[in-house]
Design a protein around this ligand. Structure first.
Ligand code: SF4
Length: 364
């Protein structure tokens, strides 16, 4: 099997999982304008934007020789649940002979889940599979932990160093072979990040922004205009509502303790969206309340074009803004997204936040 997968955030974790199990891995190229053009050309016009970009990614990986696509399914009443089938059909119509292995939540269908695991397992022993999964899980946790430090400290860098160092750190993670390696790389990474010179900013002038929305557009910087880096460059700390290790905790680990954080977020969104309406709409609203309660100065909401769940959450956002007088900026992400327009809106958004903070200070 020559395995490929959707490109979302760092690809090294997925690459590690399959390579440690002895598969040939075709890592898809980072999504680019070419990827988007490909996806837009061959997807139905009404499909949501992530489906198009991911299809473009598959086409590029197939060109590089991949013959098997491993991906996750979706749950709830949104289109993610039939992404795999729709994309498979499109690729078959284009003449590609490709196998799809789609992982849905195990509790929904244990039998299919185990059949898929066996396909990936190959000739490895179960012991080896468990060991590999543990290494990759440790890697995901560790990379998320280190990335959170980057998203915070980069806002205060004196020289442009953090992004370069973060890329070098991810390359170190790419080489790991064991959980001990993960610990070693993490320790070195934190030491390196702590040694970078940062310019002190008075506590009351610091700005913290939460990013919420549909998981793919929140996690994939190549299609969201590198929003975290942009915000950091404007001097704002950033935290996302989605990290891959937290997605694994909630969706793949069948133990209540691992799901606690997501349940709390869902509970916070309950006042505005009572039931799960698909995608991450309820989580987006819950995460906004969570960021607000944790003292974040504002939230940016990312919604892909054609995404019904996030359209619903956007309609609720207006209510939250009025109710709490809380700054939230909603940005639609699609192939037409103009970076200059996004930058202008972000600048104006940050100006509003600064003014609000200033007024609060002088009113004290
Ligand atoms: S959450 Fe939105 S963008 Fe994601 S699959 Fe569902 S409809 Fe599409």
């Amino acid at each position: 099997m020559k395995i490929t997968f959707p490109y979302m955030g760092s690809p090294y974790m997925y690459e590690k999982l399959f390579s440690l199990l002895g598969h040939e891995v075709i890592t898809p190229p980072r999504p680019s304008q070419r990827t988007i053009n490909y996806g837009v050309k061959y997807s139905p016009e009404f499909a949501c934007f992530p489906l198009k970009v991911i299809l473009g990614t598959y086409l590029e990986a197939l060109e590089l020789g991949a013959d098997t696509i491993v991906t996750s399914g979706g749950n709830g009443p949104c289109r993610a649940g039939y992404y795999g089938e729709a994309q498979k059909k499109i690729l078959q119509n284009m003449g590609y002979d490709v196998e799809f292995i789609i992982f849905d939540e195990p509790k929904r269908d244990w039998k299919t889940f185990l059949e898929n695991v066996k396909k990936i397992k190959g000739n490895n022993s179960w012991r080896q599979v468990i060991k590999t999964v543990k290494i990759v899980y440790d890697m995901a946790k560790s990379m998320d932990k280190v990335e959170k430090i980057v998203e915070t400290k980069r806002a205060y860098e004196c020289n442009k160093e953090f992004t370069k160092v973060w890329h070098e750190i991810t390359e170190e993670y790419r080489k790991i072979e064991s959980s001990e390696d993960v610990k070693r790389v993490e320790k070195k990474a934190i030491e390196r990040l702590n040694s970078i010179k940062i310019c002190e900013v008075p506590e009351e002038e610091k700005i913290k922004i939460g990013i919420v929305g549909e998981i793919y557009v929140v996690m994939e910087p190549s299609i969201n205009g590198n929003i975290e880096e942009v915000l950091n460059a404007y001097g704002a700390e950033v935290e996302r509502s989605h990290y891959i290790s937290e997605w694994i905790d909630f969706n793949l680990i069948p133990l209540p303790f691992y799901k606690e954080k997501e349940h709390q977020i869902l509970k916070k969104g309950e006042k505005y969206i009572e039931i799960i309406i698909g995608g991450h709409a309820k989580q987006s609203v819950g995460a906004i309340i969570d960021f607000m309660e944790r003292g974040f100065d504002g939230v940016i909401h990312l919604k892909p074009f054609g995404c019904l769940p996030e359209l619903v959450s956007q309609s609720v956002i207006d209510k939250i803004m009025r109710e709490y007088d809380y700054p939230i900026l909603s940005l639609s992400v699609d192939e037409q997204m103009a970076i200059a327009n996004v930058l202008t809106r972000i600048e104006a958004f940050l100006d509003v936040i600064k003014l609000k903070k200033h007024r609060k200070r002088i009113a004290r």
